[in-house]
Design a protein around this ligand. Structure first.
Ligand code: HBI
Length: 362
């Protein structure tokens, strides 16, 4: 693009994930990433429009709600599952709108982990960039993302190096990390006795290990997040009838952080390569140490022995040992790490640099 155009006057069109409306929790961490990116860029003078499933709420930006049926969550599929499209697909409707509106924008950013936007990229005259929110899951998606990665420099943004390395085109991904409006998370120096577990309740998140650790240590475990797989959650409750757990639902950030900050630690028990782990930085922002399996994004976030413990993957004994040695962790060090690495400003700087690079290659 021409060097005389002020970057912050760019008109951006963000196209949301098609698994649920923004604010529902169905879209997991990518919902928060989209909203936080909108907040920081709108504050820097960008004009941002968001196309999202009907019912989505976006402060700081114009949002256009689009009807239709959601996509099947990609993490429930096997490597060889073909591309699935429901009738009256919201994904198709979102991208039909994006195509019709493209002349009014300088850049389109896709937040869906779905085949269609990758496939459509060469058919747009406005550049389309992609925030890939998960690691490699299916052969069909790998091929669709790879095609864009190879044809257009810097169009593929990811959260972490570990996530990028699940793909054959890791070196063509731009690392963006994540960030939060830290003013929405209050530091708490003196927690209660309990532990927290936070996330979509779905088998790849390994909630049962956190419940087992809570039972063994006899510490109450507060569970927060959208129930995506209710059979799975019921099975955990049957498996651990005596465990000291309490399910609080999916709460808005203000209420969620009021619970989280009073906990002694956040347990992160993912069985898959978590691309990032926005819940980890939400905990750190409150001064809450994180005990996580040494796998995926969490292994790049937690400073072992300083802001939490990284333990052997799938080891409940490792979680228990981490819980028993929490007194070694200074809660101020946790907040400091969030301020140093995961502020909204840091996210904004990395995102702006990404846009500059990819538009330079246009
Ligand atoms: N599945 N098909 C599909 N599309 C998405 O955009 C998607 C998903 N599963 C999960 C997801 N996005 C988000 O929850 C990420 O934050 C992981």
């Amino acid at each position: 693009m021409s060097a005389v155009i002020e970057q912050s006057s760019l008109r951006l069109l963000f196209v949301s994930t098609p698994v649920g409306s923004l604010g529902s929790g169905e879209g997991g961490g990518v919902e928060l990433t989209l909203l936080n990116t909108v907040q920081v860029l709108a504050g820097r003078g960008y004009r941002v429009t968001v196309l999202a499933p009907l019912g989505s709420e976006v402060p700081n930006a114009q949002v256009i709600g689009v009807e239709g049926q959601g996509q099947v969550p990609a993490q429930t599929q096997t490597r060889i599952t073909p591309i699935v499209m429901p009738p009256q697909s919201v994904l198709a409707n979102l991208w039909q709108c994006a195509h019709a509106m493209q002349s009014d924008y300088d850049l389109i950013v896709n937040f869906a982990y779905d085949w269609l936007p990758f496939f459509l990229t060469p058919f747009f005259h406005t550049p389309v960039a992609h925030l890939v929110s998960m690691g490699s899951l299916t052969d069909a998606m790998d091929a669709a993302i790879a095609a864009v990665a190879h044809r257009y420099p810097a169009r593929i943004g990811v959260y972490t190096r570990t996530q990028a390395e699940t793909f054959a085109f890791a070196d063509r991904c731009v690392l963006l990390g994540s960030g939060l409006d830290l003013s929405r998370y209050d530091f708490c120096e003196t927690p209660d006795a309990g532990l927290a577990w936070l996330g979509r309740i779905s088998p790849e998140k390994g909630l049962e290990d956190a419940v087992a650790a809570a039972e063994a240590t006899e510490l109450p475990l507060k569970i927060l997040g959208r129930i995506q797989d209710s059979d799975y959650f019921e099975q955990i409750q049957r498996q651990f009838p005596q465990a000291p757990i309490e399910y609080l639902g999916f709460l808005p950030t203000a209420e969620m952080q009021a619970v989280l900050r009073r906990c002694r630690a956040l347990l992160v028990t993912s069985r898959w390569v978590e691309a990032f782990g926005n819940v980890l930085i939400e905990a750190l922002a409150c001064g809450v140490p994180v005990i996580a399996y040494r796998r995926g994004g969490p292994a790049e976030i937690v400073r072992h022995g300083e802001t939490g413990w990284l333990v052997e993957p799938d080891s409940v004994a490792g979680l228990i040992k981490g819980i028993q040695t929490l007194s070694h962790i200074d809660r101020w060090a946790c907040r400091s790490q969030a301020e140093a690495e995961f502020s909204l400003e840091a996210l904004g700087d990395r995102t702006e640099a990404w846009f500059t690079t990819l538009l330079h290659h246009k």
